[in-house]
Design a protein around this ligand. Structure first.
Ligand SMILES: NC(=O)C1=CN([C@@H]2O[C@H](COP(=O)(O)OP(=O)(O)OC[C@H]3O[C@@H](n4cnc5c(N)ncnc54)[C@H](OP(=O)(O)O)[C@@H]3O)[C@@H](O)[C@H]2O)C=CC1
Ligand SMILES: O=CC(=O)O
Length: 291
């Protein structure tokens, strides 16, 4: 289907998104810092690029799905990075969750070489990525957005174009700030129900019928009751998002005591060695005890 698309970053999300694109007939050239992670994608029909620069050289546009601002910057600016081969007629789409400043730096560097840039962070986790049910929060060059829409329509259930670079990053951080705060309130509620003699499973049933019912409580609640925190959204990334959202709050003089407390709980969870588990493992900071 059409020209080759580049894909950089095959972690939990990148792998799921890339496999989904391949299943839908897109041709992909992939790269990952740990190159062995490309093997599974090759089994699904992908080609491998030795470096980000090699991928960009081959593809009309390239997608990045990287862990955090440092990784997103490194893949673009370091030796053998995206910048080496980006040029007029080529595009770069960063789908990582980063702050607006990081995204703007990348945008300026790409456009100064004649390339096109779009930020397009996503809401939705591993399963929505596998099922093509992400919500895509794009901003930047409208022409690149339109060019990428066939791929976005496979990866997501809805794409928003939010205007200039930075707006996609900000929207994603606001959404994840709310999500991280909710996860903390949910964890406290599960533990409060349990310790005060209620059946936490009954609490899940009540919540599911109440005005605050939501897919996150429904999906995460049962495994949390089993102390099962198999990572879909790693806790270290949720804490990164809280940190970046709080910085956005600083910039705009918005007092966010709830988000600040949630960030502290995620930091504590990281300190307990839970950073690579699912973000629902913040539950353990309320619960205590061994996993
Ligand atoms: N998981 C989720 O539910 C969701 C995640 N996100 C966001 O998507 C992004 C990716 O998340 P996810 O897939 O879960 O994360 P993972 O931790 O599973 O994957 C991170 C990816 O970034 C790469 N990476 C890390 N550091 C560097 C570096 N310095 N240079 C090059 N590559 C690097 C990793 O490579 P390597 O394999 O070599 O370590 C890996 O490919 C994050 O920004 C996250 O916040 C957004 C929505 C949902
Ligand atoms: O960023 C995480 C998500 O679930 O969305």
């Amino acid at each position: 289907m059409g020209e080759e698309i580049g894909f950089l970053g095959l972690g939990i999300m990148g792998k799921a998104m890339a496999v989904n694109l391949l299943r839908h007939g897109f041709k992909l050239t992939v790269w990952n810092r740990t190159l062995s992670k490309c093997d599974e994608l090759v089994e699904h029909g992908a080609s491998v690029g030795e470096t980000p620069a090699a991928v960009v050289k081959k593809c009309k546009y390239t997608i990045g799905m990287l862990s955090d601002p440092a990784a997103a910057l490194s893949v673009v600016f370091d030796k053998d990075g995206v910048l080496e081969h980006i040029c007029t007629g080529k595009g770069y789409i960063d789908m990582s969750t980063v702050d607006a400043d990081t995204s703007s730096k990348i945008s300026e560097a790409i456009t100064s070489k004649g390339g096109h840039f779009l930020e397009a962070p996503v809401s939705g986790s591993k399963k929505p990525a596998e099922d093509g049910q992400l919500v895509i929060l794009a901003a930047g060059e409208k022409a690149l957005y339109e060019e990428a829409l066939p791929a976005f329509n496979v990866m997501g259930k809805k794409s928003f174009f939010l205007g200039h670079v930075g707006n996609g990053a900000r929207m994603k951080l606001v959404v994840n700030m709310i999500m991280g705060s909710m996860m903390n309130a949910f964890s406290e509620g599960l533990e409060l129900a349990d310790r005060s003699g209620l059946n936490p499973q009954t609490l899940l049933d009540v919540l599911d019928l109440a005005a605050i019912a939501n897919p996150m409580f429904k999906m995460k609640g049962p495994p949390m009751l089993q102390n099962n925190y198999t990572p879909a959204f790693p806790l270290k990334h949720q804490q990164k998002d809280m940190r970046l959202a709080l910085a956005l709050g600083d910039e705009n003089a918005i007092s966010m005591p709830v988000a600040a407390a949630a960030n502290e709980a995620f930091k504590k969870a990281r300190n307990l060695g839970l950073g690579d588990l699912d973000f629902s493992a913040v539950h353990q900071t309320v619960k205590g005890g061994e996993l």
